[in-house]
Design a protein around this ligand. Sequence first.
Ligand code: SF4
Length: 373
Amino acid sequence: MKPTGLYIDFPFCVARCAFCGFSVQGYRERPAMRYAAALEKELCLHAKNTEGEHRQITSIYLGGGTPTRYPVELLTRLLSLCREQFHVASDPEISIEAHPATINRANLIPLREAGITRLSIGVQSFSDQQLRGLGRNHTAQEAKEAFRAAREAGFHNIGIDLIYALPNQTVGEWEETLQATIALSPEHIALYALSIEEGTLFHKKNEAGHLSLPSEEEGITFYETARTTLKQAGYAQYEISNFARPGYASRHNLLYWNRGEILAVGLAAHSYLNREHRENTDSLPAYLEQLASDRLPLVNSKTVDLREEEIDKVIFGLRKSEGIPLRFVSHDPALKKTADRLIEDCLIQVEDSRLQLTDKGIHLADEVAVAFL
Ligand code: SF4
């Protein structure tokens, strides 16, 4: 059976954050419940269409949006359905993204009992001023309380997500957020540089000249400060944006970077199965309508050939700190030539028969990817 990651998308949130460019909307009971019923239908259709039969689900990821905004009973039922419909491994990693304002002892204990092994808390910052600017409806103190409640509920694998290079942010303030994070001792820390997405409040403010953003050089300083601070605190960097205590790298995310099989269900979900990219509609009415007629809500599918897959494995694999085996490029003259050029430019290096990004290459990872394309 093929090891496969199952991703389930929940496109509803407490409120829209000022920087968020995802396809999400405010949580309202009726559409959220209709959507959940459609998700169940989509899962069953995939299981029936033999996607379920030949696969072993090694990880499940409930993401979005804010899955923890849903009633815990519904999430529990959905996980039971996954176990009924698919061959789920005996020790799956089951992650859920959590917004600090939506978790407390009352829902955390049943979530753990439902088999969730990993919590990824979107804290973003431990500065109240930054949180207000980001449009988050929680304070730094509430995020800390949510983290402690998760520990008390018995979660042993908790991640904290942070954003840096925020408007008016100083390096000192970023260091305070990093130290506050380390003080909680999460097993996993993910860092994202703010990017200004079209259609967001930040985009509008930026266009109007009302957003004071750090320069590219300052952005690099934020990133390097985090790398040094987290390394000193015992976190190993295992991917460009991800750091973990030993043994706590996200198995589900590693599947993506290893170009593994991913079955993704829900609005705007992207699967990669049998060398085929499949894309679900990002329109909620179309999603509900398709599933009401027992049809998969696909809007696009594209098969990639072996060579395209090989190139993807190089590009995605180089995001990981361990890089890729040298043989991924050495058998192909064109890939080898590109690799040699990037080694000459000090963007990648060979270490123990593996190709890895150099410190310079980490900052220019997109250029490295383009070179292989
Ligand atoms: S909670 Fe997450 S998904 Fe929802 S609007 Fe904010 S950033 Fe976007």
